[in-house]
Design a protein around this ligand. Structure first.
Ligand SMILES: O=P(O)(O)OP(=O)(O)OP(=O)(O)OC[C@H]1O[C@@H](n2cnc3c(O)ncnc32)[C@H](O)[C@@H]1O
Ligand SMILES: [Mg+2]
Length: 203
């Protein structure tokens, strides 16, 4: 098997431990080890774009130009039909507090907004993941994945991260947070996007 990038280590331009663990597990069968932006002491760039791909490009290119290595970023979030696609690219912002991120608060906000609209059930939503592989010469490649499902309240489960405890993927009756992390990878937005990345990067 050959791969487009040299060596067996891939720089993943994220500071999110949950994403990194999922990617490490997804790429391990291909002999790829991942190293996160935090371990490389890279700063967290400001995400100033209003699209997933725009922000994924910012993160990937920042890491590639700082290190001279190809870098894979992940910009992701949840889109809720009854909220016209919110929080979308602002998914992480909904968790922001003076003392850092609080995802119980973020999930409560999402549920409160649905309640305020008296939104019908099932409350359809999609987890979306955009991966950008940026090369030190400035070009990049984009890979996307979507996981459709619906939101439940109260939240359920202790595994996963972010909004996982309120999201039930289509075809299941458990939330992402009630599922084994590796089971989630088989049907998640990130799992589907990584599968496309693998298709594009390995012969
Ligand atoms: O930017 P990086 O450093 O990669 O890490 P981040 O956590 O800031 O990531 P994003 O900017 O892409 O924001 C994505 C948000 O969507 C949430 N999210 C993404 N994927 C998720 C998943 O698989 N399960 C639950 N929540 C997820 C995540 O918790 C963040 O709040
Ligand atoms: Mg971010």
């Amino acid at each position: 098997m050959t791969r487009k990038f040299e060596g067996d280590t891939l720089l993943v331009a994220t500071h999110n431990k949950g994403k990194l663990e999922e990617m490490a597990h997804l790429l391990e069968p291909f002999g790829v080890k991942v190293v996160g932006a935090g371990e490389m002491n890279l700063p967290e760039p400001e995400e100033t774009e209003d699209t997933f791909v725009g922000n994924a490009r910012i993160k990937a290119h920042a890491a590639a130009s700082a290190t001279g290595l190809p870098a894979l970023s992940d910009d992701s979030g949840i889109t809720i039909d009854a909220l016209d696609g919110a929080p979308g690219v602002y998914t992480a912002d909904w968790a922001e507090t003076e003392n850092g991120r609080d995802f119980m608060l973020a999930m409560t906000r999402a549920n409160d907004a649905l309640e305020a609209k008296n939104a019908a059930h099932p409350r359809l939503a999609q987890f979306r993941c955009t991966l950008v592989l940026a090369w030190p010469d400035g070009h990049d490649e984009v890979f996307k994945g979507v996981a459709p499902g619906h939101l439940v309240w109260p939240i359920r489960g202790k595994d996963g991260f972010g909004y996982d405890p309120m999201f039930i993927p289509d075809g299941y009756d458990v939330t992402f947070a009630e599922m084994d992390r590796w089971e989630k990878n088989k049907i998640s937005h990130r799992g589907f996007a990584v599968a496309k990345f693998v298709e594009g990067c390995f012969d």
